[in-house]
Design a protein around this ligand. Structure first.
Ligand SMILES: [Zn+2]
Length: 284
């Protein structure tokens, strides 16, 4: 169906009460399998890339591949650059063809986060690029403080002010979620999600979805969150899929067969996340 804008896709998801899987990808297979799962399920999907992985693959390669596959897909696919920690990283994503970028100033004091985000939004608008921002501290799941100290979570009044002053297109919030593996089962702050959804005009984004229990993910969808970032679990699923093929074929050293053979399992993983995020069974 085509390459679509992230904001357009998230507005649609918010209106139709489903969550969009935002799959972190690193190469051809991870992009291809994520799109294939969305096509099978007849729902939109977001393909995204963490800029720190440019040591593995340059931004322009991944954006080209993702956009090319998106244009040929039978469902709407959006392409997005994840966590840009500076103006320069966000701009390099735009330069290298990403139609949407995240600027992450969440580690900065509020005023500095506002200034950085507004600067990126202003420049991105020239190129018609969507911008996701973050307010509150989405830390690492292995740090108990990051998932339990509500002082680090997104403040509702600040979020309203932040969105108004920056003009960001979507907002990543901290509500007990964090990146990577979790030191213990996370316990999302649903009251805060409810208040943020009521108060903030733009679509809301949940980072660190790997390891959040299914029922909490679905509750977040029901409360109106729209973008769900999945990285750690997808990378693990891909790794496991390769390992399974290698074991099953007795280390026969057929690399092409390994890549092809792993795809079914990778598609199944993404399919399971898409279904989880679509409790009302929306289809296009
Ligand atoms: Zn994140």
């Amino acid at each position: 169906m085509s390459l679509v804008k992230v904001n357009e896709l998230l507005q649609h998801a918010t209106e139709h009460h489903y969550g969009v899987a935002a799959m972190n990808t690193i190469n051809y297979e991870t992009i291809k399998c994520a799109i294939a799962a969305a096509e099978n399920e007849h729902v939109p999907i977001i393909i995204q890339f963490y800029p720190g992985f440019d040591r593995y693959i340059p931004l322009n390669f991944i954006s080209y591949m993702a956009k090319d596959l998106a244009r040929k897909a039978s469902v709407p696919v959006a392409v997005h650059l994840d966590h840009s920690a500076s103006y320069e990283i966000a701009m390099s994503g735009i330069r290298d063809g990403f139609p949407s970028v995240m600027v992450d100033g969440s580690a900065l004091p509020f005023e500095e986060n506002v200034a950085l985000t507004a600067q990126v939004v202003r420049a991105a608008a020239v190129f018609d690029v969507d911008v996701e921002a973050e307010l509150g501290h989405v830390g690492v799941g292995m740090n108990l403080e990051d998932i339990s100290n509500s002082d680090l979570f997104t403040n509702v009044d600040q979020a309203v002010e932040f969105v108004e002053r920056t003009g960001c297109g979507s907002l990543a919030i901290a509500v007990g979620n964090a990146h990577g593996d979790y030191v213990r089962e996370p316990n999302l702050d649903f009251d805060r999600i409810r208040e943020l959804r009521r108060a903030v005009s733009v679509p809301l984004v949940l980072h660190g979805c790997s390891g959040i229990p299914d029922e909490q993910m679905q509750e977040a969808v029901n409360l109106g969150m729209s973008k769900f970032n999945i990285a750690t679990e997808y990378f693990a699923a891909a790794y496991g899929a390769y390992d399974n093929v290698i074991q099953a074929t007795g280390h026969n050293r057929n690399g092409v067969a390994m890549y092809l053979g792993a795809q079914k399992e990778m598609v199944e993983f993404v399919t399971s996340k898409i279904r989880l995020l679509n409790p009302n069974k929306f289809t296009l």
